[in-house]
Design a protein around this ligand. Sequence first.
Ligand code: IMP
Length: 202
Amino acid sequence: MNEFILATANPGKVAEMQKILGDLSISFVTRDDFGITIDVEETGTTFLENATLKAKAICKASGLPAIADDSGLIVDALSGEPGLYSSSYGGEQLTNEERYNFLLKKMKNMEHRAAKFVCTIVCAFPSGELLTATGECLGTILEKPRGSGGFGYDPVFLPDGFEKSMAELTADEKNKISHRAVALFNFAELLKSHTTLKGTLQ
Ligand code: IMP
């Protein structure tokens, strides 16, 4: 059985990754299983760089192929903000609600409200090889928050083709269309055709 380690310490993401990648014949361990407590500094200037930093560090610490992700919200009318700084936009100490309200205030009276969530997944192998995959979820920023599911900016994000905000979708509905889900599906396809794993995965 091929064993991978998930670089994220976020239990919600671990569950989502295990669900989407769980159909492949691979097993996952988490950072907790390995007692890895290092905090990798996200000093990159792109989602790809940050995901690569995390994947390489956890691969080095564990000796296993490590899967890391980095994601964020990109708003057209704000020249791509909050982007790489999605988790600290408006101030490190803000709650999720304060943070999306900060965004809504910035966008007050703006008509052009197109936005997207993006996610980059990187798998770093002990050989030094890297596999990368990306996913996007297009939508618009609502004028007011709706719903209480999900996390982060979900209450103010209306995915294209839906009448419910991301926070009004069920977890299963979100997991079919989210940027992270799309990136994970793309990553699963890459893994299936990866030379060293080919034939050992379904
Ligand atoms: P990270 O990839 O967990 O570091 O995500 C960075 C930030 O992007 C999070 O703190 C959220 O503010 C935002 N974000 C990422 N994914 C989502 C999502 O699925 N819904 C809402 N916000 C998200």
